[in-house]
Design a protein around this ligand. Structure first.
Ligand code: RP5
Length: 170
């Protein structure tokens, strides 16, 4: 039997973190997506610049605490997702949070341009819902019940798109 991290299967499976509480209005869409699929998760502020030691501890301990995926959002000089990816073996999904200046392009470029060997799966600017859905898909790869729910979700998406098509066709 393969060795499980302590606490695996009992606590949150996804960690949602962000650089500031001002990111939460964007990031809560990731939490809502996980809730729709019944995936246990946690959310916290873990700033790469204002609390670097705590941020590194979060990333270093995440796998041993039983998390399977980290969703990390930040804006501006958005170093949080990349720094977490540097210290955890878990998949990290980066969410570029748009700020008042530069429309989030700065956040996007800060997150997406990772050096070879340290991947961050970057979603669109403000794309926290897709980050949550991607976390579900990652978990679903080894969770048949969750995969079934994802298939049902995709079928609903198709039905709704077709319904909208009918309205366009008249
Ligand atoms: C980043 O700085 C945070 O992720 C946030 O998007 C941005 C601004 O933070 P606040 O000044 O609003 O706390 O690190």
């Amino acid at each position: 039997m393969s060795e499980q991290p302590e606490g695996a299967g009992t606590g949150p499976r996804v960690g949602i973190v962000m650089g500031s509480d001002s990111d939460w209005p964007t990031m809560k869409a990731a939490a809502e997506a996980l809730e729709e699929f019944g995936v246990d998760h946690e959310a916290d502020v873990v700033s790469a610049h204002r609390m670097p030691h705590e941020m590194l501890a979060y990333g270093s301990e995440a796998a041993d605490r039983g998390l399977s995926v980290i969703v990390a959002g930040a804006g501006g000089a958005a170093h949080l997702p990349g720094m977490l990816a540097a210290v955890t073996p878990l998949p990290v999904i980066g969410v570029p949070v748009p700020l008042r200046h530069l429309d989030g392009l700065d956040s996007l470029l800060s997150i997406v341009q990772m050096p070879a060997g340290v991947p961050v799966a970057t979603v669109a600017v403000g794309g926290a819902r897709n980050a949550g859905l991607l976390a579900v898909r990652i978990l679903a790869a080894t969770d048949p019940a969750l995969q079934e729910r994802m298939r049902a979700f995709q079928a609903d998406l198709k039905d709704s798109a077709q319904e909208k098509g009918k309205a366009v066709r008249g």
